[in-house]
Design a protein around this ligand. Structure first.
Ligand SMILES: Cc1cc2nc3c(=O)[nH]c(=O)nc-3n(C[C@H](O)[C@H](O)[C@H](O)COP(=O)(O)OP(=O)(O)OC[C@H]3O[C@@H](n4cnc5c(N)ncnc54)[C@H](O)[C@@H]3O)c2cc1C
Length: 408
C-alpha cells in the first residue's frame, strides 16, 4: 500500500460521498453489490477492480439449495448452470445426492454484475483501477492512465482476495487445473443433468485427489483436476495432461479446449485472523469469510452480503449486535474447519486422505449440506468424531491435535 501517493490526489466533490466503496470485484464484493442493490436500489455504491473484468477467470460452484434465506433472489441471476443432483465416487463407494448444485462462471458473473451496476442510478464501476490506499472513510485509486483520486465514503469493504490472506500461518493447499472442452459427441441425458462432483477413483499419489466434471451443455463440459498438497507450487502442464487423459478414459471425445482455469487455495489450520470491527471491513478470503476446509465460499460470502444489505442503513448499523453474532458463529465454524484441516494435512498419510472424505460421505445428507454451507451445529461437529476413524489416520498424532485445538 502506497500512502505517499495521497499527496497528488484529486478528491471527491462535496456531496459525492458514497454509502459504500467495494475494493476488489471478485466473489465477495460481487455478492455484496448484488445484495445491497437488491435492497437499496439507489444506494451510492462504487466498486473498484484492478482487472479488466469482474471475477477474473473462475468457475465458482455452490450447493444452490443451501443459501441464506432471501439470498436466492440476488444470487440466482449469477448462476449460469444448475443440476438437480450430483454424484460422488470413491473406491468402494458411489453415491448420488438429490441436492441441486450450480455454477457461477466468471464471464457470466461479469456480464450480470456490470449490467446490474449500470442499471442502478447511483452505482459506479471502475475497472482497470487499482486501490492504492484503503482507509476507513476513503479509498485512493489509480486508473489505468495513472490518475490518482480519492473516493470518500461512509463504509469501505476491502475484499482483495486470497493474495491478501496474510492471516494464514500454517496451511495445506488445494490446487486446481480445469479445462472447459467442446465434445465431438453429446453426453447422454443422465450425464448431461448430473454434476460429477467428486471422482476420487483416480490415482492418489498426490495426496487427496479427485476430478470433477460439470456438464455445461450436452456438448461442453468443465473437467477439473484438484488435489490437496502440502506445498503451494503448481506445475500446470502435467495436470493439464492428466485432465485430458481422464476425459479420454471417461469416453469424453474432446474436439477442442475452449478455456483453462487454474489456481491454488490455502486451507489453513492456524491463522491470526481477527474479524474487522469497523471500516474498512476486510471481507472475502482475506477477512476470513470463506470455508477453510472446502474452499466453497459462496454461502459464507452470501451471509456477509446479506448482513451488509440489511444493516447498511439500519439504526443498529453494520457493526452492531447482529454483526457480532455473525462473526461469533463464523469464528466457531472456522475454528472447527481448522481442526479438520490439521487432521487432514498432518495426521493422515497423503495416499490415504481420500478415505476421510469417503467416510464423510457416509454421513446423513442434511449434515453434508450444512458442512458445505459452513453452518454446522454442535451435534454435527460431534458426529464427525462419533464414527471409527478411517484407516490412514495417524491415531496418536490425531490425539495430540485434539487437546491443543480445544485449548486454542
Ligand atoms: C481455482 C479455484 C477454484 C475455486 N472454486 C470455488 C468454488 O467452486 N466455489 C467456491 O465457493 N469457492 C471456490 N474457490 C474459492 C473462492 O474463489 C475464494 O474463496 C473467493 O473467491 C474469495 O473471494 P474474494 O472476493 O475474497 O476474492 P476474489 O474472488 O479472488 O476477488 C478479489 C478481487 O480483488 C481484485 N483486487 C486485488 N487487489 C486489488 C486492488 N489493489 N485494487 C482493486 N482490485 C484488486 C482482484 O483482481 C480480484 O478480482 C476457488 C478458488 C480457487 C483458487
Amino acid at each position: 500500500m502506497d500512502n505517499s501517493a495521497d499527496t497528488a490526489l484529486s478528491g471527491s466533490r462535496p456531496g459525492d460521498t458514497q454509502d459504500l466503496v467495494l475494493v476488489g470485484g471478485g466473489l465477495q464484493n460481487g455478492l455484496i453489490a448484488m445484495a445491497v442493490l437488491d435492497r437499496h436500489p439507489d444506494a451510492r455504491l462504487t466498486l473498484v477492480e484492478r482487472g479488466a473484468t469482474l471475477g477474473g477467470n473462475h468457475t465458482w460452484s455452490l450447493h444452490s439449495g443451501y443459501l441464506p434465506e432471501g439470498a436466492d433472489r440476488w444470487v440466482r441471476p449469477l448462476i449460469a448452470h444448475e443440476w438437480p443432483r450430483y454424484q460422488v465416487m470413491f473406491p468402494g463407494l458411489s453415491r448420488t445426492l438429490d441436492h441441486p448444485y450450480a455454477t457461477i462462471p466468471s464471464d457470466h458473473f461479469h456480464a450480470v454484475l456490470s449490467d446490474r451496476l449500470a442499471a442502478a442510478p447511483n452505482a459506479t464501476l471502475h475497472l482497470e483501477t487499482e486501490a492504492t490506499a484503503v482507509h476507513a472513510e476513503s479509498v485512493t485509486v489509480r486508473s489505468a492512465g495513472g490518475d490518482l483520486r480519492a473516493i470518500d465514503t461512509q463504509l469501505v469493504v476491502d475484499a482483495r482476495g486470497p493474495a491478501h490472506g496474510e492471516h494464514v500461518q500454517q496451511a495445506g493447499y488445494q490446487k486446481f487445473v480445469g479445462l472447459e472442452v467442446e465434445l465431438e459427441k453429446p453426453l447422454d441425458a443422465r450425464a448431461a443433468t448430473t454434476a460429477d462432483l467428486i471422482d476420487a477413483t483416480v490415482s492418489q499419489e498426490f495426496g487427496y485427489r479427485f476430478v470433477y466434471t460439470l456438464p455445461l451443455t450436452p456438448t461442453r463440459v468443465l473437467v477439473e483436476d484438484t488435489y490437496f498438497d502440502d506445498e503451494p507450487t503448481l506445475d500446470i502442464a502435467p495436470v493439464r495432461e492428466r485432465v485430458l487423459a481422464y476425459a479420454k478414459r471417461r469416453g469424453l471425445t474432446v474436439a477442442k479446449v475452449v478455456r483453462e482455469e487454474h489456481g491454488v487455495l490455502p486451507m489453513p489450520w492456524r491463522s491470526n485472523l481477527t474479524y474487522s470491527t469497523r471500516s474498512p471491513l476486510i471481507a472475502g478470503f482475506a477477512g476470513g469469510w470463506f470455508h477453510p476446509a472446502t474452499g466453497y465460499s459462496v454461502p459464507v460470502a452470501a451471509r456477509l452480503a446479506d448482513h451488509l444489505a440489511t444493516h447498511l442503513k439500519s439504526s443498529e448499523g453494520v457493526f452492531g449486535p447482529a454483526y457480532r453474532a455473525l462473526v461469533a458463529d463464523q469464528e466457531r465454524q472456522v475454528h472447527f474447519g481448522h481442526l479438520l484441516n490439521e487432521l487432514l494435512f498432518t495426521a493422515s498419510k497423503p495416499k490415504e486422505r481420500w478415505r476421510i472424505f469417503a467416510h464423510f460421505y457416509g454421513l446423513p445428507d442434511p449434515l453434508i449440506l450444512r458442512f458445505y454451507g459452513l453452518a454446522m451445529t454442535r451435534a454435527d461437529r460431534l458426529r464427525f468424531f462419533m464414527r471409527r476413524p478411517p484407516p490412514g489416520v495417524k491415531y496418536r498424532k490425531a490425539m495430540t491435535i485434539l487437546p491443543a485445538w480445544l485449548a486454542r
